[in-house]
Design a protein around this ligand. Sequence first.
Ligand code: PEP
Ligand code: MN
Length: 334
Amino acid sequence: MLIVMTARATEAEVADVVRAITELGFRAHPMPGTMRTAIGITGNAGVIDPARFENMPGVAEAIAISKPYKLVTRDFRPERTVIEIGDAKIGDGGLAIIAGPCAIESRAQAFAIAESVQKSGARFFRGGAFKPRSSPYAFAGLGEEALKILAEIRERFGLKIVTEAVDEAGLEMVERYADMIQIGARNMQNFSLLRRAGRSRLPVLLKRGLAATLEEWLLAAEYIMAEGNYQIVLCERGVRAFTQHARSMLDLAAVPAVRRISHLPVIVDASHATGRKYMVTPLARAGVAVGADGLMVEVHDQPERALSDGAQALGLDEYEQMVRAVRAIHDSLA
Ligand code: PEP
Ligand code: MN
């Protein structure tokens, strides 16, 4: 259920509704907006009688939400969510670029790439410290050592750090060093990890699962929001399909579909979607053209020597060209 307050409702009236929800044993999620405050209710197993709230002072309407998700919807928050990390933003109408290697392999590698990322004007640096690998024998990241390198990169280049947490213990460590927690495709339905991310003070980048429907993806975001963390960026990174010419199939239609339902920003990862370097720039361009709020892209100073995902990593020059191309497209849409 969603309680929509009138435009003139006072803070005390909002507080009364929140108290009434809490007294019923549910959780209230007040969301102030420019026009009105909405209060989402979670924690109820069954339907709530709207009459309980409809006649309270300041209440415009009590809406039963038939969709399985509530807090992620534009009913709850008509304005778009903007993620702000210092002066770096995602979802403000600009084009956010999150770039960096698949994995942090060494300080020298990470610094060489970060220099190019900074020069390109991107504000976010990515790099895995904990890598979810299909094979137990593959390079799985440097762990805390990589996080320390990432923290140095923030200091040296002023870039905001995005890195993946694959489990709850790792998330705690990531929180100590990073600016944004990535939840990877393979963990999109790791519900205890989602809940833990929901209790974090850091924004969350939530990748779409390899076989997840739009609804399952939004429900994963709902898990995080239901715990009180409203700072989420959704990332379309391709799904399993009949494609053999690419690693996954980038679902570009998901971008406008998400934006229609949800207030959360949505970005496109053309690297994991394709797995092939020559496809990354064309699909990054397409992602921008369909309205993505940003891009995630893997870049490496020596792609042929990368310890993971080398085949999809753009070299430094290719990366720079890609950024120029996607910016031109983004500007043309304004
Ligand atoms: C990654 O971003 O490095 C990654 C492993 O991505 P995904 O979870 O989308 O496969
Ligand atoms: Mn990767």
